[in-house]
Design a binder for this molecule. Structure first.
Ligand code: G3P
Length: 247
């Protein structure tokens, strides 16, 4: 069975109710390719509001959650809370969580394991910095980040991996389709070798980093790119064109 193309929008810490109405409106107008799975990553405070206003064919993701069900963890939200407002996905391991908030490979893996056990689906982000790429360490880094997750989870069915080279995020410097394909291919092979061939074949790997309406089609044409995780452009009507990149 082929891998269903999956496009996520990561709003990050952007938007208010009025802007959300505009985004909901262009998503409703579409038209969106029904062959593409669409997920929008929403700030926690608006998850409920967006779930109520967005058509059911568009899934919603939280942008973070903690590794336990409840308790004295001021400021955190749990997978159960996310599910309670009708949201089924969470984005974990984003480079901004790793770099700005100091999240380690191990903490991210623990969060992913708990989110999956709680019944959420996970977009698990990995990616190298510019320094790591220039030092020839891209594969070493993304394999290490993936291995940390593999140590804590066995079932990858509800996981989408987002390969987001840090140097391409919010910089306007997209990885070339060849650069992205090379890493996606290597990651798929890693899954074949270190998990199993069936996960290697079926796992969906999104590309993220300065994806726009202008560059999405060429990226989408690469055999191992199964979708996108889009930041800035997911706040604009061009997100519809990115969702439809395969058309
Ligand atoms: O998670 C999406 C992301 O980090 C890419 O952001 O703004 O470069 O599309 P952007």
């Amino acid at each position: 069975m082929g891998r269903k193309f999956v496009v996520g929008g990561n709003w990050k810490m952007n938007g208010n109710k009025s802007q959300i109405c505009d985004i909901v409106s262009f998503l409703k107008t579409g038209p969106l390719n029904p062959e593409t799975e669409v997920i929008v990553g929403v700030p926690a405070i608006f998850l409920d509001y967006v779930r109520v206003n967005l058509p059911e064919n568009i899934a919603i993701a939280a942008q973070n959650c903690y590794k336990v069900a409840k308790g004295a963890f001021t400021g955190e939200i749990s997978p159960d809370m996310i599910k309670d407002v009708g949201v089924n996905w969470v984005i974990l391991g984003h480079s901004e969580r790793r770099q700005i908030f100091g999240e380690t490979d191990e903490l991210i893996a623990e969060k992913i394991a708990h989110a999956l056990e709680s019944g959420l689906k996970v977009i698990a982000c990995i990616g190298e910095t510019l320094q790591e790429r220039e030092a020839g360490k891209t594969e070493e880094v993304v394999f290490r980040q993936t291995q940390a997750i593999a140590c804590k989870i066995k079932d990858w069915t509800n996981v989408v991996v987002a390969y987001e080279p840090v140097w391409a995020i919010g910089t306007g410097k997209t990885a070339s389709p060849q650069q992205a394909q090379e890493v996606h291919r290597a990651l798929r092979q890693w899954f074949c070798d270190h998990v199993n061939a069936s996960v290697g074949e079926s796992i969906r790997i999104q590309y993220g980093g300065s994806v726009t309406a202008a560059n999405c089609k060429e990226l989408a044409a690469q055999p191992d790119i199964d979708g996108f995780l889009v930041g800035g452009a997911s706040l604009k009507p061009e997100f519809v064109n990115i969702i439809n990149a395969k058309q």
